[in-house]
Design a protein. Structure first.
Length: 217
């Protein structure tokens, strides 16, 4: 099991010094995704609803230079006042703002859980079960390395997905590589409300960490 945490990066120059200051502001994200759900849920903690701010759609960026319609570029041009998306887009937006950047985050409010699933039928097959066990063991070893010696894997990850090493290091703490089983399915899903948006099925660039997927082995 791996956990991913979201944050809102905002522009102080737009008059934002507290979360409630996002009232009336333009927030860049991708509608109908977990990031947009996070924005709605987080701003709800200070009494804001979707009618109190404007969502501006934008794309992801893995490394600079970012495309014109990506969230970091929208932030740099002043087309949005804040952004919220999976990393490293938020970090690149933060770097574009420099000292004007202010970050809001509440890890207890919402996190994305990435996990591996199988079925009783597959586990009952001795050959498939052996393969599943080998996969889980390999994942556990990899995640232990991610936790204990991340510097050893940063160069490989940076090269594999094209993220700048300094950016990868900056966002590493927003991923938690637990390498454990989820106690119960209800425990893993309790933070997700029924009907909350999922990410679109269309392919997108990978995040700066282990692949985010949920698979039936």
């Amino acid at each position: 099991m791996t956990e991913t945490f979201y944050r809102i990066v905002a522009n102080r120059a737009a008059g934002i010094s507290a979360l409630a200051d996002l009232r009336g502001k333009r927030i860049g994200t991708i509608p109908n995704t977990s990031a947009a759900y996070f924005v709605n849920k987080y701003l709800g903690t200070v009494g804001l609803t979707a009618d109190d701010y404007t969502i501006v759609p934008g794309g992801i960026c893995i490394s600079t230079p970012c495309g014109a319609n990506t969230l970091p570029s929208l932030m740099e041009r002043g087309d949005v006042d804040a952004v919220a998306l999976w990393e490293p887009s938020s970090e690149l937006a933060k770097e574009a703002l420099g000292s004007d950047a202010i970050v809001f985050q509440d890890r207890s409010l919402y996190r994305e859980i990435v996990n591996l699933h199988s079925t009783a039928e597959k586990l009952a097959d001795p050959e498939k079960r052996r393969g599943i066990v080998e996969l889980v063991r390999a994942l556990a070893r990899a995640q232990e390395l991610y936790r204990t010696d991340p510097e050893a894997v940063w160069p490989r990850i940076s090269e594999a997905i094209g993220i700048e090493p300094s950016v990868l290091e900056a966002v590493w703490e927003d991923e938690r590589f637990l390498g454990t089983l989820c106690p119960t399915s209800s425990t893993c899903s309790r933070k997700r409300s029924p009907g909350s948006p999922r990410r679109p099925a269309a392919p997108r660039a990978p995040a700066p960490s282990s692949p985010r997927w949920s698979t039936t082995a």
